[in-house]
Design a protein around this ligand. Structure first.
Ligand code: UDP
Ligand code: MG
Length: 323
């Protein structure tokens, strides 16, 4: 048990008050393990940077990566994963909602041969009523649309085997949605329950806008099923419109055309609504292709005390081959 290296990576966005507590708690729980903690400062505007640098001076187990601006939760996790050297890597939030006590249980499951251990909230989390139910519905929808079992009720509290991490590193995806990506990878995976704590300090960083963005990313990064749906919806409504057109012609001949203002307005509104939706779905994919074409990195590191990022030779070779 003791000859493995464990990496804990924590995305931190304005978490100045939580980080020191988390690091102390991890220290207690992981005493018997060889571990490193990678704190990723995702462009915080508070004292997070000072706190993590201080913690890194205090303990050589604490590493930090500072991103050049706020890149978002998923990319901050990716930054941590890219720099982690462990045999297994745990990603968890900084706000103490993910209890460190669960980690040894996750490691035990990993030692049984599981390559991914996803921690699932045993009761619906501490979020608002609205968040709980919309999130439940969303995961159901996502599982259907991606043809994969996306674990509902999970956050990004997860243990990855090194092998999976190597695969994740090789993925040049721009619109990262780790929760959707993990079931796609396959291998032996399992889940474990945990009781979600309350965020100790600070507020949730997931505003409604960010949640919707993450949800839209989750859906469109899982495959092209929404495009097919757009096509089927388009065909269905085109057929209905055609049928209605025929009815309109016949009605004219039969002299049945009386006032029809409301039905015309209603059908125009409905059809243009559908059209706009379909265009929106297509635009979303087009935008993704555009962004993917640029091949921009997922994040930019401005400062770190980690000597060397684990380079991904394959990705570089592949990029080199493209030009
Ligand atoms: N986070 C981040 N970048 C962001 C937003 C959030 O690194 O742009 C981090 C945040 O510091 C926390 C984790 O992601 O460690 C989860 O965020 P939060 O607790 O706000 O989400 P919630 O638990 O409310 O879903
Ligand atoms: Mg939280």
């Amino acid at each position: 048990m003791n000859n493995i290296l464990l990496s804990i990576t924590v995305p931190c966005y304005n978490e100045e008050k939580n980080i020191a507590i988390l690091v102390a708690e991890l220290g207690l729980v992981l005493e018997e393990y060889d571990y490193e903690i990678i704190l990723v400062n995702d462009g915080s505007t508070d004292q997070t940077q000072q706190v993590i640098e201080f913690l890194a001076i205090e303990s050589d187990k604490v590493k930090f990566i500072s991103l050049s601006r706020n890149f978002g939760h998923q990319k901050a996790i990716k930054a941590g994963i890219d720099h982690a050297k462990g045999d297994c890597i745990v990603t968890m939030d900084a706000d103490l909602q993910h209890p460190p006590q669960t980690i040894p249980e996750m490691i035990a499951l990993w030692e049984l041969g599981n390559k991914v251990v996803t921690a699932v909230r045993s009761v619906q989390g501490q979020g608002s009523f609205f968040k709980k139910y919309t999130s439940k519905l969303f995961y159901l929808f996502l599982s259907k649309i991606s043809n994969q079992d996306v674990v509902g009720n999970s956050s990004d509290f997860r243990l990855f085997d090194k092998k999976i991490v190597d695969i994740l590193r090789k993925m040049p995806e721009q619109d990262l949605y780790i929760r959707g990506l993990v079931p796609w990878i396959g291998f032996k995976q399992t889940t474990i329950k945990f009781n979600e704590g309350r965020r100790v300090y600070g507020k949730t960083k997931y505003t409604l806008k960010k949640m919707l963005l993450l949800a839209s990313n989750g859906i469109t990064s899982s495959g092209i099923k929404p495009l097919r749906f757009a096509l089927s919806a388009g065909i269905l409504f085109a057929m209905l419109a055609f049928g209605y057109g025929i009815y309109a012609v016949i009605a004219t001949f039969l002299g049945l055309t009386v006032s029809g203002w409301s039905s015309i307005i209603a059908s125009i509104m409905f059809l243009s609504g559908i059209q706009l939706m379909v265009l929106g779905v297509m635009g979303e994919y087009l935008g993704k292709m555009y962004m993917a074409n640029k091949q921009r990195p997922n994040y930019i590191v401005s400062n770190t005390n980690i000597s060397k990022k684990i380079e991904n030779d394959n990705q570089q070779e592949r990029r080199a081959a493209m030009f």
